[in-house]
Design a protein around this ligand. Structure first.
Ligand SMILES: N[C@@H](CCC(=O)N[C@@H](CS)C(=O)NCC(=O)O)C(=O)O
Length: 428
């Protein structure tokens, strides 16, 4: 847990309480009667002692190193424990007020009816964890633990150790109360804290990875959604002429975009964007109401099945006839969008579905950012009478998320020039 977050958790808990931070519901050792929650303003903090349970000194040393113990207006008493369960027992016995423990102990403590609350949760990165083996051991990977005995404190992180080992194809053998599935131990509706801290989940809590290609309009869609939602992602630029192994593993069709997130591999831009909207709901990029949501999906499908082929037809035309057909096809699609989409679905706009930007805007926009290049190479521009369409482009183009990753026209001209045969002059 970041030190500041710990202090944030501690500060209002002058009467305290569960790396999971556990808090005794009844706790606080003020000299005299503990005030009820909400009365802390009236408490003279100089008379308050906060008793914090430690396992390895990590909380204290972290707070000290960050200088966050300086000037704390109450007294802190530190107590050291060998593992989470005894620390929680101490909380239960009102011997300490608050302490940091692993994921499993508070689950079992709560299941046993101990009056503790989990007030803050930290998410460990798997790479910060280690299993120690004796010096000279040949064991190098988790799966090599198969058949070995692994020592864990009873009621401690046994649950997550078992899960992790199982997920690597090992069995742990032996069964105790603590080895029951934690979900069952807790009962319905009381699992949320464990879900956050579940070790197998932690394995998946890695930064989102996007396989992308700068010129690809489909990947552009996903980048727009990531920008709009301010999702921190690892961007991997893929050379599509020389696809790296990791990318081919991630994208079943061998196409960008593809993402890896929390153990999931997802490809197809429209699907990825919906996934992002569900996994990172803020800000929402699809309407909530089912009818509007369906309409949004219809337009996203329209982009895939009408706009994209017409755009490619014009760009890739090899003869003047094909070019004329492509020109007409693209013109028809744009007129349809003006008439049936923007003039009907958008109300006063400015976006596709009205006042709020959505995945529909991001499904169409990349082709419009490239359209000026098609104008240069094929002499095709948006007809002047499509005023709604032009206003829509202006609105989307002006968004910070869009500007942040926009490419200049020359960039697209240079790339598309390779596709355009014969050159524009022959088609004139
Ligand atoms: N339907 C896919 C289309 C993706 C796509 O066509 N990506 C192109 C680059 S723009 C690609 O990766 N091509 C590589 C290949 O086909 O080998 C989507 O929506 O994601």
């Amino acid at each position: 847990m970041p030190i500041a977050a710990l202090l944030d958790a501690l500060a209002p808990l002058r009467h305290a309480a569960a790396a999971l931070l556990a808090l005794s519901v009844a706790a606080c050792s003020k000299a005299g009667d503990a005030p009820a929650a909400g009365e802390s303003a009236a408490v003279d903090l100089a008379t308050v002692t906060l008793r914090i349970g430690e396992q390895t000194g990590i909380v204290k040393s972290g707070l000290e190193a960050a200088g966050q113990l300086e000037g704390v207006p109450y007294t802190i008493e530190w107590a050291t424990f060998t593992a989470g369960p005894p620390l929680l027992e101490a909380i239960n016995a009102d011997a300490v007020d608050i302490g940091a423990v692993g994921d499993t102990p508070p689950i079992f403590a709560q299941a046993a009816g101990a009056p503790i609350r989990i007030v803050a949760v930290t998410r460990n990165r798997p790479e910060y964890k280690a299993i120690l083996v004796p010096k000279g051991s040949s064991v190098r990977a988790l799966r090599e633990l198969k058949g070995k005995k692994v020592a864990v404190a009873k009621g401690s992180r046994r649950g997550s150790c078992r899960r992790r080992s199982r997920s690597r194809g090992c069995s742990t053998g032996g069964s105790t109360t603590a080895s029951r599935p934690v979900e069952r131990a807790l009962g319905p509706g009381r699992q949320s804290a464990f879900r956050v801290a579940d070790a197998t989940k932690e394995d998946r809590m890695t930064k989102l990875r996007l396989y992308s290609a700068k010129a690809c309009p489909f990947a552009h869609r996903t980048r727009l959604a990531l920008e709009e939602k301010a999702i921190d992602a690892e961007l991997i630029e893929v050379d599509l002429q020389n696809k790296p192994r990791a990318f081919v593993d991630a994208s079943l069709y061998g196409k960008v975009p593809a993402i890896e997130h929390e153990g999931h591999r997802i490809w197809e831009s429209a699907i990825i964007n919906e996934y992002l909207d569900e996994a990172f709901p803020d800000p929402p990029l699809l309407p909530r109401e089912p009818g509007r949501r369906a309409l949004a999906r219809i337009w996203i499908d329209h982009a895939n099945t009408r706009l994209v082929p017409a755009f490619a037809q014009l760009l890739r035309a090899e003869t003047p006839d094909q070019e004329a057909e492509g020109r007409k096809a693209l013109g028809d699609v744009l007129a349809f969008l003006e008439r049936e989409a923007l003039s009907r679905s958008s109300g006063p706009g400015p976006y596709w579905l009205g006042a709020d930007v959505s995945l529909v805007d991001f499904a169409f926009y990349p082709w419009f950012e490239r359209l000026p290049a098609v104008d240069r190479l094929r002499g095709f521009s948006i007809p002047a009478e499509l005023t709604r369409l032009r206003a829509w482009i202006d609105a989307v183009e002006a968004r910070d998320a869009v500007r942040a990753i926009a490419n200049p026209v020359d960039f697209y001209v240079e790339r598309y020039a390779k596709l355009v045969k014969p050159a524009k002059a022959t088609a004139a």
